[in-house]
Design a protein around this ligand. Structure first.
Ligand code: PLP
Length: 359
């Protein structure tokens, strides 16, 4: 298998793919594939509710939260959050930390005024703000943050305690990479395609008191209440994506859950940042050390020419997905839960070797 460092869709555990392959044509002696079954039947429902229960267990989701499976990606949540949660006359507050936060902000502006609680744009989004930099009114509809900026490679270490202000988190690129206290958030959303499975399903974890009648007019499919009332079975869910997520969650549990993932992810990140920091400037980390992500490691070489050479030679050696996003340039190694430590060790060796040949 390739050394897969793709940013998303991202590597899946080999065990999950093999299990799915075995069940692909015929699911549990049913005479058909799971994809060919009614989503109202007992067989699919078991998979669906098992995935909800596993996510609850692995994330320690309190009883007063609902877990929803929605389509449209995290990008649709950029609109659903403001549509459902803006209270008339109470501008929501956003934290501008990078490319994805900016997309969330642009979308929210379609529904009225917003405020910026903090922005690190002046630092080229190389860091997340300190908690004491945040400025927002107690009367805001909510405060939105992006837990991990996938493109810039920054990540919050700890989240702000917002008291009675609902905290909304986009955890698309770091959900279940470490244990978190879900009760700090009013809403967490995440596309599945990095840490939870293939693309096609988006997870929304929402505190029940926020699932009411929105102040704005909201189409049926874009209302949280529609999906909450129907246990995410209001319309046809992405059954295969939910099945794959369930298998990925089972794997995550077998591996030891969020705490074990954190240990592994920290080790993978440590290995890469160690090479960057020890390279005497040959490799330059993009994110400031205090804001470095344990999911997306961003770095550059001394020139665009060297960057290109690195990408080309790494591809020839079986490394996939290392070219950074065009807006940041350089390199990005995405080391989500399913990326084995062995892939990272191989990359570390390649980086050292490349430096010795080009340094
Ligand atoms: N938010 C973050 C942090 C992301 O990394 C991404 C995708 O890479 C998105 C949102 C958008 O997700 P989707 O492609 O599921 O709409």
């Amino acid at each position: 298998r390739a050394y897969n460092f793709n940013a998303g869709p991202a590597a899946l555990p080999l065990e999950v793919l093999e299990r799915a392959q075995k069940q692909f044509v015929e699911f549990e002696n049913s005479g058909m594939s799971l994809m060919e079954m009614s989503h109202r039947g007992a067989v699919y429902e078991k998979v669906h509710f098992e995935a909800v229960a596993l996510l609850r267990e692995l994330m320690g989701i309190p009883h007063n939260y609902k877990v929803l499976f929605i389509q449209g990606g995290a990008s649709t949540q950029f609109a659903m959050v403001p549509m459902n949660l803006i209270k008339s006359g109470k501008a929501p507050a956003y934290i501008a930390t990078g490319s994805w936060a900016t997309k969330a902000i642009q979308e929210a502006k379609m529904f009225g005024d917003i405020t910026i609680a903090a922005s690190t744009e002046a630092d080229q989004y190389r860091r997340v703000p300190a908690i004491n930099e945040l400025q927002y009114s107690e009367d805001t509809s909510y405060l939105h943050l992006t837990s991990n900026e996938t493109i810039e490679g920054t990540q919050w270490r700890e989240y702000p305690d917002t008291g009675s202000v609902p905290l909304i988190g986009d955890l698309s690129s770091d959900i279940l990479c470490r244990p978190i206290d879900v009760s700090q958030f009013a809403v967490i959303y995440a596309g599945a395609q990095k840490n939870l499975g293939p693309s096609g399903v988006t997870i929304v974890i929402i505190r029940e008191d926020l699932i009411g009648q929105p102040d704005l007019p909201v189409p049926t499919m874009l209302r949280y209440s529609t999906h909450a009332k129907a246990d995410s079975l209001y319309n046809t869910p992405p059954t295969f994506a939910v099945y794959m997520m369930n298998e990925t969650l089972k794997w995550l549990k077998e591996q030891g859950g969020a705490a074990a993932m954190e240990q592994r992810n920290r080790e993978k990140a440590r290995l890469l940042y160690e090479v960057i920091d020890g390279s005497s400037g040959f490799y330059r980390g993009f994110a400031e050390p205090g804001s470095r992500s344990i999911m997306n490691v961003t770095f550059r070489l001394g020139s665009e020419e060297l960057d290109k050479k690195f990408v080309k030679e790494s591809e020839a050696e079986g490394f996939v997905g290392l070219k950074g996003h065009r807006s940041v340039g350089g390199m990005r190694a995405s080391i989500y839960n399913a990326v084995p430590v062995e892939s990272v060790r191989a990359l570390v060796n390649f980086m050292k070797d490349f430096q010795s040949r080009n340094g």
